[in-house]
Design a protein around this ligand. Structure first.
Ligand code: SF4
Length: 247
């Protein structure tokens, strides 16, 4: 999430924007912007756009201010576009994160404008709109797809009904597309057990997932669980690339 100082930084940089190329993309509601990241789009220097709105309500969500889909975006597209024009040649790519970017139908036009400016594009998604993801994949260079947990646990984690079939369909679209990607799972023992974590890893590997990131997060009590090295090794062995991240 961007800090207000970063938004002020944009204003101070003279990102007043212009009206060029702001068709449907201008309707994209953006809650904030991180000007530079080297970790959200692997191998790329990128800016991150945080899209407003998400239909899910995960208890560990780090961006609660972005969940309300009725909130007007904090950053007009004209400002975002002006910022990106100033970063041509300095950044490799732009990440659309959230919230849930695929919630907004203006995302495709925004991706088109970003690509036309010469940037590569990345998407962070929970995969709750598989048909929209399938349609967007040709416009994407990299996707980070959240697999919230074992299929039977996903509804409890997202606090939403029928989440699992949507994520399964999104995963199938992503695997079939050939677009570079990573599947990510956020975990602490209160969400589901270590045994279930191993079974999930088995299932993902069997489905064809080659890159998986496990993101340990704090329990509601504030404890950061330490997954033992033996578990990390066993999980890692199922994938070509495995990352263990601790929040
Ligand atoms: S899907 Fe992501 S943005 Fe939406 S509630 Fe869950 S963690 Fe937050």
């Amino acid at each position: 999430m961007p800090k207000s100082a970063e938004l002020q930084q944009l204003a101070a940089a003279g990102c007043a924007g212009n009206e060029a190329g702001t068709g449907n993309a201008a309707r994209l509601r953006i809650g904030g912007l991180t000007p530079l990241t080297s970790i959200d789009f692997p191998g790329r220097l990128a800016a991150v756009l945080f899209c407003q709105g998400c239909p899910w309500r995960c208890g560990y969500c780090h961006n609660p201010d972005l969940l309300d889909a009725t909130v007007t975006g904090a950053l007009p597209w004209t400002q975002v576009r002006a910022f990106l024009e100033r970063r041509r040649g300095l950044l490799d790519g732009v990440v659309f994160s959230g919230g849930e970017p695929t919630l907004q139908t203006a995302l495709s036009d925004a991706l088109g404008e970003v690509r036309a400016l010469g940037f590569e594009t990345a998407l962070h998604t929970g995969g709750m709109y598989p048909d929209r993801l399938a349609a967007l994949l040709p416009q994407l260079d990299w996707v980070g797809l959240d697999i919230k947990g074992p299929w039977r646990s996903i509804d409890a984690i997202t606090r939403s009904r029928d989440s699992a079939p949507r994520v399964q369909a999104s995963l199938q679209h992503l695997l079939a597309s050939g677009v570079a990607h990573e599947c990510r799972t956020t975990w602490h023992p209160g969400l589901f057990s270590i045994d279930e974590l191993h079974r999930l890893a088995d299932e993902l590997a069997t489905l064809g997932v080659r890159r998986w990131a496990l993101q340990e997060c704090r329990t509601p009590g504030g404890t950061l669980p330490a997954l033992g090295p033996e578990h990390a090794r066993a999980l890692s062995a199922r994938f070509e690339q495995f990352a263990l991240r601790r929040a």
